[in-house]
Design a protein around this ligand. Structure first.
Ligand code: ADP
Length: 268
C-alpha cells in the first residue's frame, strides 16, 4: 500500500475557484461538509478482479452512506472484501461499476493522478503497521503530508506540533519511532492523519499490532476524535474493536449490511 500523502497533489492543476465555482463547487479546495452532509456515498459499487480467464467479484453491489461526524466500523471475516472496500474508500483504487462520492465529489472514474490529489486532500490514513519513517522524529513524520501539499516550513511545524499535542504527545515531538511505544507510535500516526484537516479518517486495523492496553488507548483517542466532530471509518475483522464505533456495518461475501453487535457475533 502506498504511503499516505505519498504523491504530490496537483499543485497548479488545482481548479480555479472563481471560474469553476458554478459547475464544480465541490472540487475547489478543502471543504468541510455541514453536519447533514454525506462524506461517503457508495451507489451499487462493484469490484471485479480479473486474472486471465478468472474473475473474482470482491464487491458485489455495495450501497452505503456515511455522514459527517459519524464513527463507523466496517467488520467482516477474512476474504469478505474489507481490503477492497478500504482501497476504494481510501481512493487507492476505483470501482469496476457503480459510483463513489467523497464529500460530494464523484471520484469513481478518476485518473490515478486526480485520485492521488483527492486522497491527499480529503483522507487521513491510520494503518496497522503505523507506517512511520524510522529516521524521522515524530514531528517530521507528522508534517510530511503538509510538505507534500506544499505548505511552508514554519506553518508545517506549527501544525504538526499542534496535532501531536492533540494526541497527547507534546512531550515526545523529538522522539524517533524506535524511541516510542507501539501505542505512542500509533498516536503519531493519528496526528499525521489529522494534520491535513481531512474530511475522513480511515483506520485499517489500527489496533492490530498493539497489546490490549495500547489498543484501548488508541480506541480511546478515536473516541475523542469522534467527540470532536471528526468522521471516522474503522475497518477490522475484530468485533470487539468494531464495537467501539457508534455504527457497525458488516461485510460478507462482498456485500454490506447494517448491524448491531448481536447480529455480527457469528462473523468470526
Ligand atoms: P479481506 O480484506 O476481507 O480479507 P479482500 O478484499 O482482500 O478481503 O478480498 C476479497 C476477495 O477478493 C477474496 O476472494 C480475494 O481472494 C479476492 N481478491 C482480493 N484482491 C485480489 C486481486 N488483486 N486479484 C484477485 N482477487 C483478489
Amino acid at each position: 500500500m502506498s504511503e499516505p500523502g505519498g504523491e504530490r497533489p496537483g499543485g497548479s492543476a488545482r481548479p480555479n475557484a472563481s471560474s469553476d465555482a458554478d459547475t464544480a463547487p465541490l472540487t475547489v479546495g478543502p471543504r468541510t461538509p455541514g453536519p447533514a452532509d454525506a462524506v461517503i456515498e457508495f451507489d451499487r459499487v462493484t469490484k471485479v478482479y480479473r486474472t486471465g480467464a478468472i474473475a473474482v467479484a470482491a464487491l458485489r453491489g455495495v450501497s452505503l452512506k456515511i455522514n459527517t461526524g459519524e464513527y463507523v466500523a466496517i467488520v467482516g471475516p477474512s476474504g469478505s472484501g474489507k481490503s477492497t472496500l478500504m482501497h476504494i474508500l481510501g481512493c487507492l483504487d476505483t470501482p469496476t461499476t457503480g459510483t463513489f462520492r467523497l464529500a460530494g465529489e464523484n471520484v469513481s472514474g478518476m485518473s490515478e493522478e486526480a485520485l492521488a490529489e483527492v486522497r491527499n486532500r480529503r483522507i487521513g490514513f491510520v494503518f496497522q503497521q503505523f507506517n512511520l519513517l524510522a529516521s524521522m522524529t515524530a514531528w517530521q513524520n507528522v508534517e510530511l503530508p503538509l510538505a507534500y501539499a506544499g505548505v511552508h516550513r514554519a506553518e508545517r511545524k506549527e501544525r504538526a506540533m499542534a496535532a501531536l499535542a492533540k494526541v497527547g504527545l507534546a512531550q515526545r515531538v523529538q522522539h524517533r519511532p524506535g524511541e516510542l511505544s507501539g501505542g505512542q507510535q500509533q498516536r503519531v500516526a493519528v496526528a499525521r492523519a489529522l494534520v491535513t484537516e481531512p474530511d475522513l479518517i480511515l483506520a485499517d486495523e489500527p489496533t492490530g499490532n498493539l497489546d490490549s492496553v495500547s489498543a484501548d488507548d488508541v480506541l480511546g483517542l478515536m473516541n475523542e476524535l469522534h467527540d470532536a466532530g471528526r468522521t471516522l471509518v474503522l475497518i477490522t475483522h475484530d468485533l470487539e474493536v468494531a464495537s467501539a464505533a457508534g455504527r457497525l456495518i458488516g461485510i460478507r461475501d462482498g456485500l454490506v449490511s447494517e448491524n448491531d453487535k448481536r447480529d455480527l457475533e457469528n462473523v468470526r
